[in-house]
Write a protein that binds this ligand. Structure first.
Ligand code: FAD
Length: 385
């Protein structure tokens, strides 16, 4: 049995590795000639970590992960701590650590695990077709590939999604812009072993440790879509948006490198419930696109990969039946993640100013119990518990 996997992102690579482990032949086709992930880093929560562990990447992943021993929210202007607590209870409950990792390193780990030379780069799929025996994918260079089934992990702008759904879906602008990058850890900005977030005015500035003494940082600002983007003004833009914010935030803006800082207008897609058409299955952002507000988009793609391989490995009623079982196991879970993230997004970014003000007030009384319980609930809803 041979799978054609479209896209060599987190989803496609996780799927290809999972399928190979389950005994399938795979061929991976990626549109770009060289991978340049859009974000600087990503937090892999224990549900995602467990999937990568199961796919044989336990040790390399640990080497890439930062030590997020504590979590804290600070007031935007005074910089004072609103709440700070240990992440230990979360690790104890779910049985695994969360790992913030640099995205390029995660991507390299996945690609190297699979085998870089085995991936066909510069192959942009334009069309897929299927018969009752197999699938064919056509690429923009006129070539084609054939397999028994096809996994479409071609991301949030998926071209195969339209084929599966029979209609186009619009991405929804979530109302805020995110800037993200990496800087050397500076304890005058935040403690080295802590996920620190400054909150106020519906904006946030967040820092997570990754390996090699670096912070993954991001800034969120509620803004209209389509504003001009210019690296030359990036620092001044941030200084304006964060005028009056505490000294560590100003220091971070001074320290960051505008040339390697990404600017992303955040979107999601209204959840839909069809991931499969015959022998073609959507996976990762192609199937469910979320805002990054609970850090679960990539983790969900890893979960998809593990479930896909499980259902295919144990199928006896044929590929199409197995893919429908994959869909049945993933639709509700991923819908839940997208809607949870959207809810969190709205509170964080002051969609309703009163609700956000109440959240800021609540943070002063937060012992960590409620925040961690919510995270554990999300994590334990994954396929590996
Ligand atoms: P992608 O990563 O988009 O990969 C799709 C691949 O398919 C790309 O390589 C693309 O070039 C290729 N492709 C596209 N079209 C074609 C085509 N026609 N033919 C062939 N190849 C094609 N998730 C987390 O779990 N934790 C986080 O902390 C987190 N933070 C985030 C922060 C930000 C700012 C953003 C924007 C997202 C964040 N995410 C996070 C979400 C995560 O990045 C995505 O969910 C994840 O990258 C999805 O992986 P994917 O493989 O499905 O899609």
């Amino acid at each position: 049995m041979k799978a054609i996997v479209i896209g060599a992102g987190i989803g496609g690579m996780s799927a290809a590795i999972a399928l190979e482990k389950a005994g399938f032949d795979t061929a991976v086709f990626e549109a770009v000639k060289e991978m340049k992930p859009v974000g600087a880093a990503i937090s892999i929560w224990p549900n995602g970590v467990k999937c990568l562990n199961a796919l044989g990447m336990k040790e390399p992943l640990r080497a890439l992960g930062g030590n997020m021993a504590f979590m804290a929210y600070n007031d935007a202007h005074s910089g004072s701590t609103l709440t700070r607590f240990s992440m230990k209870p979360l690790v104890q409950q779910v049985g695994e650590y969360p790992y913030p990792v640099a995205r390029a390193e995660l991507q390299a780990m996945l690609i190297d695990t699979y085998g870089r030379s085995r991936i066909s780069f510069g192959k942009r799929v334009t069309q897929v077709e299927q018969t009752e025996h197999g699938v064919t994918a056509w690429f923009d260079d006129g070539s084609q590939a054939e397999g028994d089934f096809l996994i479409a992990a071609d991301g949030t702008h998926s071209v195969i999604r339209h084929y599966v759904l029979g209609e186009s879906v619009e991405r929804r602008y979530a109302g805020y812009v995110n800037w993200n990058g990496l800087v050397t850890i500076d304890e005058a900005i935040a403690p080295a072993d802590q996920w620190t977030t400054f909150v106020g005015e519906g904006k946030r500035v967040s820092l997570m440790p990754v390996s090699d003494n670096r912070f993954y940082f991001f800034f969120d600002v509620p803004l209209p879509k389509g504003l001009p983007e210019d690296r030359a003004t990036l620092k001044n833009d941030l200084k304006g948006y964060f005028s009056g914010w505490a000294e560590p935030v100003q220091r971070l803006i001074e320290r960051l490198n505008p040339e390697t800082t990404n600017r992303v207008e955040i979107h999601d897609i209204e959840p839909f419930s069809r991931f499969v058409k015959g022998r073609v299955a959507l996976l990762g952002d192609a199937a469910h696109s979320t805002t990054p507000d609970i850090g679960q988009g990539g983790c969900a793609a890893m979960e998809d990969a593990v479930v896909l391989a499980q259902t295919l490995a144990s199928h006896s009623l044929g590929i199409e039946d197995a893919l429908l079982r994959y869909e049945a196991r993933r639709v509700e879970r991923t819908k839940d993640l997208v809607l949870k993230a959207r809810k969190r997004c709205d509170v964080t970014h002051a969609k309703d100013a009163e609700v956000t003000a109440a959240w800021y007030a609540d943070l002063k009384n937060e012992t960590g119990e409620r925040v961690l319980a919510g995270m554990c609930d999300t994590i334990e809803g994954g396929p590996l518990g």
